[in-house]
Design a protein around this ligand. Structure first.
Ligand code: UTP
Length: 289
């Protein structure tokens, strides 16, 4: 079994109910932060972290994702004819970014079920899972931080962040022992605990490195909350048999699948842009809030 993380899976078949009506007929992964769809941020992060091959799990109405990573012949011709070289190169680079394939999750039966659709693609290798609506903004790509932990401990790694106070109840939370700075060996995990019951302040976010034994664990997982096959339940199955690690990521995580989180991410990323940041900052300052 190769130990290199070469493959990544992007579940993108959720219904995006928190972002209706925008997600009624277009995928939430195509919502743009400033000028780039969420899924492109995550694909770029994966490629910067050494990923060579990507599988996107799509649902209905997801053709916009496929088109985005395909060659746009008409657009490229037009940009070339008008001498817009920079834009041409930008558009072409998107279709050259990685080897991307697609498979359908026929029903949105949960994240665990979505990841299971990647079984044949993954084969016998460790692999990454990235949820594109979690944007991690930091110096080092989030997945590459996790790959370092995987290579050291040779066991699955999940991404976490510290969440203060009652907000922890909205997340999966780990019970774990710190084994080195920001790296934890997981004892257990619970989905959306009451604040008083939360075993730590470390919340699970949308980046995972799994080994192929996650697939039999998903098979054994019964439907849980919301009638869905939850990946947290499958991970708990697997925890009985093997070590599992968590990394507290460096960087700021934005939940761009949530309306407020999306607005915050938009402002933060826009302020960092060379071409827009200064003017946008002036505008924000002018608001009489
Ligand atoms: P979310 O919990 O964000 O669910 O899924 P959602 O359906 O996308 O959005 P809301 O909560 O209704 O607004 C986490 C990730 O798992 C994927 C989603 O696309 C998202 O990337 N997912 C979820 C699937 O691919 N299939 C599913 O059946 C469920």
């Amino acid at each position: 079994m190769t130990n290199k993380i070469r493959k990544a899976v992007f579940p993108a078949a959720g219904l995006g109910t928190r972002f209706l009506p925008a997600t009624k007929s277009s995928p939430k992964e195509m919502l743009p932060l400033v000028d780039k769809p969420l899924i492109q941020y995550a694909v770029e992060e994966a490629v910067e972290s050494g990923i060579e091959s990507i599988l996107i799990i799509t649902g209905r109405d997801k053709s916009a994702i496929e088109n985005h990573f395909d060659i746009s012949f008409e657009l490229e011709q037009l940009l070339q004819a008008r001498g817009k070289t920079a834009q041409f190169e930008q558009v072409r680079a998107i279709s050259d970014i990685a080897q991307i394939s697609y498979t359908r999750q026929k029903q949105a039966l949960g994240l665990g079920h979505a990841i299971y659709q990647a079984k044949a693609f993954v084969g016998e290798e460790p692999f990454a899972v990235l949820l594109a609506d979690d944007i991690v903004d930091g110096d080092d790509p989030a997945l590459s931080q996790m790959v370092n932990v995987f290579e050291k401990y040779n066991a699955p790694v999940i991404a976490t962040m510290q969440v203060e106070g009652e907000a922890i109840s909205r997340f999966g939370v780990i019970d774990a022992e710190e084994v080195e700075s920001n790296v934890y060996k997981i004892r257990d995990m619970v989905e959306k605990p009451a604040f008083e019951d939360a075993p730590s302040d470390l919340a699970i976010i949308g980046r995972y490195i799994f080994t192929p034994d996650i697939f039999p664990a998903i098979e054994k997982t019964e439907k849980g909350a919301g009638g869905e096959i939850q990946i947290t339940d499958a991970m708990r199955q697997l925890l009985k048999d093997r070590e599992f690690y968590a990394l507290k990521l460096e960087g700021t995580r934005h939940d761009a699948g949530d309306k407020l989180g999306f607005l915050i991410a938009t402002v933060e990323l826009a302020l960092k842009r060379d071409d827009l940041g200064a003017a946008f900052r002036e505008y924000l300052k002018s608001l009489k809030l």
